[in-house]
Design a protein around this ligand. Sequence first.
Ligand SMILES: Nc1ncnc2c1ncn2[C@@H]1O[C@H](COP(=O)(O)OP(=O)(O)OP(=O)(O)O)[C@@H](O)[C@H]1O
Length: 287
Amino acid sequence: MSIKIENLSHIYMKGTPFEKHALKRINLEIQDGEFIGLIGHTGSGKSTLIQHLNGLLKPTSGTIIIDDLDIADKNVKLKEVRKKVGLVFQYPEHQLFEETIYKDIAFGPQNLGLEEKEIEKRVKQSMEQVGLDFKELKEKSPFELSGGQKRRVAIAGVLAMKPDVLILDEPTAGLDPRGRDEILGQIKKLHKSQKITIILVSHSMEDISKLADKIIVMHDGEIVLFGSPEEVFQQVDLLEKIGLAAPQISYLMKKLKKKDPEIRDNIYTVEEATQEILKMLRRRKNA
Ligand SMILES: Nc1ncnc2c1ncn2[C@@H]1O[C@H](COP(=O)(O)OP(=O)(O)OP(=O)(O)O)[C@@H](O)[C@H]1O
């Protein structure tokens, strides 16, 4: 499902002393099935942008067309928009409230008025899609699960609505490295198997670079970069100016790899880069 945003602006508390121009004439086109990473500092406008995509926020001006549907149009029902676009909020496990995992995931489809048989099918499928065992876990309380598993239940709840676009706001926030890897692995699998459009919001260039086909970089309410990871990483000066320095490491390590092919791929942190450079120096010493 394609998304086309034209001249989208959003001003919070317009006309008050607290007025905030959170989105400034955003233009963006996302193609069906793309995996998009959305990155930017706190306050750059990421959450404001994604909340427009499922109708939670209305534009101050501009249009958002999702699959030929102008979702800002007053006549378009929010229920229709939510069926197309699933949004997983930050810390979605805080919104789990039913006594069993089944009931929690079934909540959305029940609201759609689906038959019990279809609901069960969807709960089962969406649990499988996030790597949770249906039989073993369906009657358990969500609160018996680990942080990462709870989050997967919350994601399954959104998947059970069968959205064409899945937006995840900081899905790895607050998880330990294992939980992070699990969630990212599941999201990657999901994209591959379901071919849905995914927008992954993150502060971590590392997470995003591992998964996304294209990266959107936001700064102060504007999209300052939009392109493949390779294209975005090459804009070293701009990224440095807005304080997103990490991709520089990846970019420089790629350059270094041309001189020493044994350097491994996908290095995004200072620690990893240091390790690889030390290994490279050792290799040279032993050569
Ligand atoms: N409900 C609101 N009322 C007023 N201002 C708001 C509101 N929500 C966000 N803002 C402001 O709008 C700007 C963009 O905020 P937004 O939450 O979209 O940024 P973000 O990039 O998602 O940040 P984070 O990474 O912290 O989630 C910020 O300056 C923020 O303070």
